[in-house]
Every structure is written in structure tokens, then in C-alpha cells.
Design a protein around this ligand. Structure first.
Ligand SMILES: [Zn+2]
Length: 169
């Protein structure tokens, strides 16, 4: 995993709050969310579930601050997360891969998730700019995204939401 790709953890977690399919509604749904990240696996408890919900709110607040143009607030919030959840970097070379950096080898599942997500976002922001964080403009969506377009024109989380906003059924 390269460092910026850890930011996907933040986006996936924030976007897991779809009211129809909330991925943090119980321990089973949390296990399913984590299953696609084997390095973040481990036993989770009710307390971990609460911590993941809290983390989701904190990460969403970073995106909404950035999207409303309050970049200092977004960065402050992210810096707080970086302090609360320090990374524990380790070089790893498993499964025939080249040596690469793992950010989070120990601690509880929410701590490791938080450390990876916050560091990934921090790397992306320092590389590309805090104004790249966005919240979907489609009515009733609220998903977040990282805008990688050349002209910073992205307004929606997905082609589906873009189509909906443009009146395409
Ligand atoms: Zn959307």
C-alpha cells in the first residue's frame, strides 16, 4: 500500500453511512467493512464499533470543513486526529512484494484504521491540496470524495450522482 492510498480508508469509512445500508450498524456489518482490508482484521467489540462511529464523524467533519472552504478548520481537525492516532510504521515484504511501508502494525482495529486514514489524508492534502476534499452535491447523497481532476471540477461522488443532478435518470 502506498501512503496516499491509505486515504481510501477515510473515504470508505465516511461513505459507509448510507442510511439504507449503514456499515456501522452492528458488529457484523463492521466485520464486513474490514474484511476487504486483511491487514486491519482482528477481533472487534462493541467499544470498537463506537470508536469507529466516532472516527467516521471526525473524518466527515474534515471533508465538510474543506468543502465549505474552511481549510484551516479542516487541517486543524485532521491534525487532531494525527495526534490522537499516531502511526507505527514498519517495513514489510510479505507475499513476494517489494519492501513497502505499513503504517499501523499494532493497536486496536479502530486505532489502526484511524492512524492509516488520517496519515493517508495528510499525505494527499500535502501533495495535492486541501481543496481537493469534497462532498457530493447531489441531493440526499452526502458521500465524500477526493477530486483528482486537473481543473478541480469534480462535484459528485459518482457518475450516478452526477447524472441525477444533471436530470439524467
Ligand atoms: Zn453522491
Amino acid at each position: 500500500m502506498d501512503l496516499a492510498s491509505y486515504a481510501e480508508l477515510a473515504i470508505e469509512l465516511v461513505n459507509s453511512s448510507d442510511p439504507a445500508e449503514d456499515s456501522l450498524r452492528d458488529l457484523d456489518s463492521l466485520q464486513r467493512l474490514l474484511r476487504i482490508r486483511p491487514h486491519l482484521g482482528g477481533r472487534v467489540t462493541r467499544r470498537d464499533l463506537d470508536a469507529m462511529r466516532e472516527l467516521r464523524d471526525s473524518l466527515r467533519a474534515v471533508f465538510t470543513a474543506a468543502a465549505r472552504g474552511d481549510h484551516a478548520d479542516a487541517v486543524d481537525r485532521l491534525n487532531t486526529l494525527l495526534i490522537q492516532h499516531p502511526v507505527q510504521p514498519q517495513l514489510s515484504g510479505h507475499d513476494g512484494q517489494c519492501w513497502h511501508l505499513h503504517l499501523t502494525e499494532s493497536g486496536s482495529v479502530p486505532d489502526r484504521y484511524a492512524a492509516g486514514a488520517a496519515m493517508g489524508l495528510a499525505v494527499l492534502i500535502s501533495d495535492r491540496g486541501v481543496d481537493r476534499l469534497g462532498v457530493c452535491a447531489a441531493e440526499g447523497c452526502g458521500n465524500v470524495f477526493f477530486d483528482t481532476t486537473v481543473d478541480r471540477s469534480r462535484r459528485h461522488c459518482s457518475p450516478q450522482c452526477a447524472g441525477r443532478s444533471n436530470g439524467i435518470p
